[in-house]
Design a protein. Structure first.
Length: 365
């Protein structure tokens, strides 16, 4: 960053007792003014010291209260699959197809995805088949954390109808961390309305390119690489590609489009043509553009001034309309992005992704 650290401002934020101390009045603490202040107290400007950032989080929470919605009313229940009983201990999320509950299997933290509509049973069956194909026997490296593991799949009868249930490993961290949960890319972008620093976006992109490389090596296409389907851990730099209901074998047609995310899909998938790894590359490129501050719904992507030319060119290369001219090699793109970063900022260094403490977290897959 080219900004110089404002030590006086940093000290004022740390010493502030309320938002009014910083903005004159509480009403003047608008989202835009807070974003501007955050840009000037980011830890990168102060050698990694995030004291002021965290103090601002506290002041916002005190003035506005937590952003997280009130938890829904939930009563624990059980699902049985043969001789195995799964205890549903919490409702974690309501997705576009499923209710997602916290559970476990043999002591392993998991989620139970339960089809809301029996007509979507086929999509959950497709997810189970895809995870069976791509997740087993992953290399014993950090890459193995990029994909969820299928633990069980079965149907239950509810209200006279049969609903598919998938039991999948839960995104969680075994290490103590200032950020105990994963967040989606949608949540990350909501916390940085003007876009993230390209260095933060880069590590997320490289993690996802590694995940896609594993998937494509096993002959599959995820076909729904969307901000809501990528989880990242801010401090541990873990990432997880979730929601496999739309995955297909390479060379097949896509199953469906997620409503509200149509602009993320490549032309060949929208047209109902057979798709290959290039489709995932296109969608990841849209996600990256979105994180950088571009409007992912625009026909022509326009980036904020602070995004380096080399990063823009990399992203635009993933958006070539003709899949025959678009890269299908996620591993090569992973390496290319690494070389670009090395040329821009030198050897990689750890950067914590700072998330406001009021951001609602997620643990679903």
């Amino acid at each position: 960053m080219s900004k110089k650290p404002d030590l006086t401002l940093f000290a004022a934020v740390v010493a502030a007792k309320s938002l009014a101390d910083l903005f004159g009045t509480a009403a003047a603490a608008t989202d835009a003014s807070i974003r501007k202040l955050r840009a000037n107290i980011h830890a990168d400007l102060f050698g990694g010291d995030d004291t002021a950032w965290r103090r601002l989080d506290v002041l916002i929470a005190e003035a506005r209260g937590p952003v997280a919605p009130a938890p829904p009313v939930f009563s624990p229940f059980e699902l049985r699959a043969g001789k195995t009983t799964y205890a549903m201990t919490a409702l974690l999320a309501s997705g576009d197809l499923c209710e997602v509950y916290a559970t476990e299997r043999d002591g392993v933290a998991a989620v139970a995805k339960v089809a809301r509509d029996p007509r979507d049973n086929d999509l959950l069956a497709a997810e189970a088949a895809a995870l069976r194909a791509v997740s087993p026997n992953l290399p014993a490296t950090g890459l193995s954390r990029l994909l969820p593991q299928l633990l069980d799949t079965f149907e239950v009868r509810s209200g006279g109808e049969r609903r598919r249930v998938n039991i999948i490993t839960r995104a969680s961290t075994a290490r103590k961390s200032p950020d105990p949960e994963y967040v989606t890319l949608a949540q990350v972008r909501a916390a940085y309305l003007d876009g993230l620093d390209f260095r933060d976006v880069a590590w997320i992109a490289r993690r996802m390119l590694g995940a896609l490389g594993l998937v494509h090596d096993r002959g599959h296409v995820h076909a729904a690489v969307l901000p809501a389907h990528v989880l990242v851990h801010p401090t541990e730099h873990d990432a997880l590609l979730v929601d496999w209901c739309y995955a297909v074998s390479a060379g097949s047609k896509g199953r469906a489009l997620v409503k509200g995310s149509e602009t993320y899909y490549p032309p060949e998938l929208v047209a109902g043509k057979p798709i290959g790894p290039q489709a995932d590359v296109y969608m990841l490129g849209r996600c990256v553009a979105h994180l950088l501050g571009a409007d992912a719904a625009a026909d022509v992507l326009t980036f904020p001034p602070g995004v380096p030319r080399e990063i823009r060119a990399f992203v635009l290369g993933t958006q070539i309309a003709n899949p025959a001219r678009r890269s299908a090699d996620a591993w090569a793109l992973h390496d290319d992005l690494g070389k670009i970063l090395d040329g821009l900022v030198g050897p990689p260094t750890f950067r914590r992704l700072h998330m406001p403490s009021t951001t609602t977290t997620t643990t679903t897959t």
